[in-house]
Design a protein around this ligand. Structure first.
Ligand code: ADP
Ligand code: NA
Length: 347
């Protein structure tokens, strides 16, 4: 058996945006296409994480289907990968409870994601934090432990994610080694974090914030299914500065423009942002924004076409079949680890 085992997840909270795609999803496909046959590749639609924020039942069910369709449209191959819905594999939640019994509260308290989801600024004003935590739900606080369970239950070796998840991966490793130490057996594997070159794609409306599904302004993000016109409109409205003179890559002083230069570079699989900036420096801002929109559209066109075919009502049976096959394979992998864990815990 191969020692490579890749796991990653995405919340079914809407069509993925360019940040999800460049920061995580494109890397999933890249890994699939270059891994040896023997590598295990597991991609999870994490509905249990989605319900840490209020969701509408019917909409959540539909969004899981849309997410599955999106993952297939970007090029994940269900014959090669296990793609499944988290809640259909109860071993994830069972392991979470067991890990909760070794996970230190103090460490969870220092995680920043639940704070940002409650709108607590990162400078951590103690008073603000106290009033916001009055309404804090236990699930939103403890979901990094569920995330640790998601990863550890599949004996994952590599986790491709965006930078916002690096902190949770660190916690996952700590929980794994704490479990192994407590029960004096090396059952849980410590996974490696794989950051894509596009670690953090920023919002088009506020370049100090990451592009996010939850930001209230929909024109702050490009969705994979946006029409070419919508992409152009969003780019034109993107916040940049009004400096005169050549376009330059300067993350300190021109964060909005620099974000667009990075997006263009990542689409072209380049990381030499300064050179990319030099190549466009003579363009007008409007011309440059149209160029970025065209590059995005050209890249997304085949994905959008695929998505339309896959999500069609006539194809629902196929989607349901892919989801059940994924569930079957994920259960097999998860139950194996859970059995070992229960054995040493004594339950
Ligand atoms: P969101 O944060 O938009 O709700 P998820 O939590 O479902 O999305 O994250 C799915 C994946 O996308 C994770 O690996 C996360 O790190 C990555 N990701 C999310 N937003 C960005 C971004 N703006 N830039 C890069 N990667 C991102
Ligand atoms: Na996220």
């Amino acid at each position: 058996a191969s020692s490579i085992s890749v796991f990653s997840g995405i919340q079914p909270t809407g069509i993925p945006h360019l940040g999800n795609y460049l920061g995580a999803l494109r890397q999933w496909v890249g890994i699939q296409d270059k891994s040896p046959e023997s590598a295990r590749l597991i991609f999870c639609i994490v509905d249990l994480h989605a319900i840490t924020q209020p969701q509408e039942a019917e909409q959540l069910r539909e969004r899981k289907m849309e997410m599955l369709a999106t993952l297939l449209a970007i090029g994940l191959d269900p014959r090669r990968c296990t793609i499944f819905e988290q809640s259909r594999v109860p071993a994830h939640s069972e392991l979470m409870w067991i890990l909760s019994c070794v996970a230190p509260m103090g460490r969870l308290n220092r995680m920043t994601q639940w704070k940002s989801k409650l709108g607590i600024p990162s400078d951590q004003n103690a008073l603000q934090e106290k009033s916001a935590t009055a309404g804090l739900k236990l699930g939103l606080f403890s979901y990094p432990v569920l995330q640790a369970a998601d990863i550890l239950i599949h004996k994952t070796t590599h986790v491709p994610v965006g930078e916002d998840q690096a902190q949770h991966l660190e916690l996952t490793r700590e929980i794994a080694s704490s479990f192994n130490k407590t029960f004096k057996r090396d059952i849980l594997k410590l996974p490696i974090t794989l950051l894509s070159p596009a670690k953090r794609v920023m919002s088009l409306k506020d370049p100090t914030q990451k592009m996010s599904k939850s930001a209230s302004d929909p024109s702050s993000r490009i969705l994979l299914t946006d029409s070419p016109k919508t992409v152009h409109d969003k780019l034109r409205k993107a916040i940049t500065d009004s400096s005169l003179g050549p376009l330059t890559y300067d993350t300190q002083n021109r964060p909005g423009l620099s974000n667009l230069i990075e997006i263009l570079s990542h689409i072209r699989r380049r990381q030499d942002f300064d050179n990319v900036a030099k190549e466009v420096s003579d363009m007008s801002l409007k011309g440059f924004k149209d160029l970025v929109a065209d590059a995005i559209n050209e890249h997304l066109e085949p994905i959008r076409d695929e998505y339309e075919k896959i999500i069609a009502e006539s194809n629902r049976e196929v989607l349901r079949f892919v989801a059940s096959e994924g569930e079957r394979k994920a259960r097999e992998s998860a139950e194996e680890t859970l059995a070992e864990v229960k054995e040493v815990v004594g339950i």
